[in-house]
Design a protein around this ligand. Structure first.
Ligand code: TYD
Length: 142
């Protein structure tokens, strides 16, 4: 079984800003983003009490960026867990497949941008935590 520390990575995007302001560029399939970007979505208007996510993905890898405000992401692989606060527009969180994730504590001004390696396919989402635990333990036994 992969260690959780191998299943996520904090990314730092370069800033091409100048006296006119900041400019961050994100391209798929380069040194920073290890996949071709097939889908983008963003979440805003979620407040501090809301917990989003609560799922794992069999095929999709993600990069999450709080382009405004902040939020937290709790990741677990069933054994270990870690919390990362996204709070800077130049900070990204890369997430591998089969990591269970919750996004929460959204600030009022939070805009959470999510880049995805796959088009949306509801059937590759695991939304039941017990089913997720079963699936990762089956993966180990193969
Ligand atoms: P959901 O997965 O619950 O959002 P989050 O992970 O942020 O908590 O998605 C909410 C709804 O939107 C759900 O009906 C599926 C739909 N959806 C799409 O159609 N395409 C997408 O890319 C995403 C992320 C969600």
């Amino acid at each position: 079984m992969k260690k959780l520390e191998e299943q996520y990575r904090i990314l730092e995007f370069p800033d091409f800003g100048d006296e006119r302001g900041n400019l961050v560029v994100i391209e798929g399939e380069n040194q920073i983003i290890p996949f071709d970007i097939r889908r983008v979505f963003y979440i805003y208007g979620s407040d501090a009490e809301v917990i989003r996510g609560r799922h794992a993905n069999r095929r999709t890898r993600f990069v999450m960026i709080n382009v405004a405000g902040k939020s937290k992401v709790r990741m677990t692989n069933g054994r270990e867990s870690v919390v990362v606060e996204l709070n800077r527009p130049r900070m990204g969180l890369y997430l591998d497949t089969m990591v269970w994730k919750d996004m929460y504590e959204f600030s009022q001004d939070s805009i959470l941008l999510v880049l995805c390696s796959e088009h949306y396919d509801g059937s590759e989402y695991i939304r039941d935590y017990d089913a997720y635990l079963r699936e990762i333990s089956e993966e180990q036994n193969i």
